[in-house]
Design a protein around this ligand. Structure first.
Ligand SMILES: NC(=O)c1ccc[n+]([C@@H]2O[C@H](COP(=O)([O-])OP(=O)(O)OC[C@H]3O[C@@H](n4cnc5c(N)ncnc54)[C@H](O)[C@@H]3O)[C@@H](O)[C@H]2O)c1
Ligand SMILES: [Zn+2]
Length: 383
């Protein structure tokens, strides 16, 4: 038996931002990051459409990349002052995740981040406001997921708040918002979406519902990421990537992720390697490793008229190259000494990461370490 949870309403397609006109409510707080949503006009359009719906709005701006608990608390104070009944997260995943966490503090002001980070600790939401997510990057799928990632900068730790209570009520998946995304952000976030599709597809709790969404997302990324990367104003490619991110999000919020994410979380936190790029370096070797216990990578190779997990691993390597992402960890300027000093800790933490539980092959410490080592060098594993 299984359950499948997604937002109640998902509006998708070019121009779908307009559906904001149909929302119900009195007052919205729109949470944004920096200037990108002002510069591309989507903030103004959001405000105008809300106005047409009879909803007044105020803006909370300045959410940084990898949002901090301080920003979240400042936002929650702003919500308490403004008393919105609609929360709108608009922008990259950082802005939307911060808005989700501010919403929790608005509903439960006494919460602490440590408490909320315990699995499914978030209590019943929506007594004060409901949540609308409008992403401007095509990667994390936060418009779908019951997940918000918040950083405690003092402790140097990232806390994932995981609860289906955080699944947005309304998602707007409008590729027009992504045309202004810089090429390197397009590549990084697009490869993240690919990794969500692949890890959900091979998850040890995968099912038919999620398989079809995950496989569909994987196909869309291979077909459209190179175009979105080289032709930023190609609306069809932008929308296809936005749909891919959303579909992969639907799959992974229900069947979770595997050791690509467990391992990438550590190299991201320790060396600052962008999440999607780290995933793209790890994915081919993890496919080789996992393929000893599952034939699902062979299904994915069939999308290219090929037949083996190795074929699929090589397709990922080719895509990575097309969108300007390097093939090894050391190319991020990490010296051998630095790497050797951290390798055991990275491995221990990857073993403990919750995503490891959903990987199709249960890894041993020495195996994770060997995958890391090969990915540092940019070589292939064979075990
Ligand atoms: N909630 C989830 O399900 C989930 C899953 C994985 C990762 N995360 C978290 O998501 C965050 C990363 O989010 P992200 O990858 O979307 O990046 P981001 O939100 O940090 O944005 C990256 C940069 O791109 C800019 N940008 C975003 N959209 C733009 C556009 N359309 N035009 C021009 N510039 C634009 C932003 O201003 C920022 O400078 C991290 O904190 C990560 O831990 C969350
Ligand atoms: Zn990811």
């Amino acid at each position: 038996m299984a359950k499948f949870i997604v937002p109640k309403e998902i509006f998708h397609g070019l121009g779908s931002l307009e559906n904001l006109k149909e929302l119900k409510g009195k007052k919205a707080v729109i949470v944004i990051g920096g200037n990108s949503v002002r510069a591309n006009g989507s903030l103004k359009r959001t405000e105008d459409f809300l106005k047409e719906a009879g909803i007044s709005s105020v803006v909370f701006s300045g959410v940084e990349a990898d949002p901090s608990i301080d920003t979240v608390k400042r936002g929650a104070d702003f919500f308490t002052q403004e008393q919105p009944d609609v929360i709108v997260g608009l922008g990259g995943c950082s802005a939307i995740d911060a808005a989700k966490a501010m919403w929790v503090y608005y509903e439960y002001p006494e919460s602490t981040l440590e408490e909320l980070a315990a699995p499914f600790a978030v209590k019943k939401m929506r007594s004060k406001a409901y949540f609308v997510a409008i992403p401007s990057t095509s990667g994390t799928g936060t418009e779908i997921t019951g997940l918000s990632v918040i950083t405690d900068k003092e402790k140097g730790t990232k806390y994932p708040i995981v609860s289906h209570e955080l699944t947005p009520d309304v998602s707007i998946v409008d590729g027009e918002l992504c045309e202004s995304m810089p090429a390197h952000v397009t590549a990084n976030t697009g490869l993240d979406a690919l990794s969500h599709g692949v890890e959900a597809y091979v998850s040890n709790i995968a099912d038919r519902y999620n398989d079809s969404l995950a496989k569909g997302a994987i196909e869309l990324v291979f077909e459209n990421l190179p175009t979105a990367y080289t032709e930023p104003n190609n609306k069809e490619a932008r929308q296809a990537m936005h749909d891919a991110s959303c579909m992969a999000g639907m799959a992974f919020t229900n069947v979770w992720l595997g050791i690509v994410h467990s391992m990438s979380h550590q190299i991201g936190g320790t060396f600052g390697i962008p999440h999607g790029c780290g995933n793209a370096i790890l994915m081919p070797n993890v496919a080789r490793f996992n393929s000893k216990v599952t034939d699902k990578y062979e299904d994915l190779a069939a999308l290219f008229g090929k037949s083996t997990a190795e074929d699929f691993a090589q397709e990922i390597e080719a895509l990575r190259l097309k969108v300007g992402v390097v093939g090894s960890i050391k190319e991020y300027g990490i010296s051998q000494e630095e790497w050797d000093a951290k390798l055991d800790t990275l491995t221990e933490n990857a073993m403990k990461d919750p995503c490891t539980l959903f990987n199709p092959r249960k890894p041993k410490f020495e195996e994770i370490k060997a995958i890391y080592q090969a990915c540092y060098e940019g070589t292939k594993i064979d075990f």
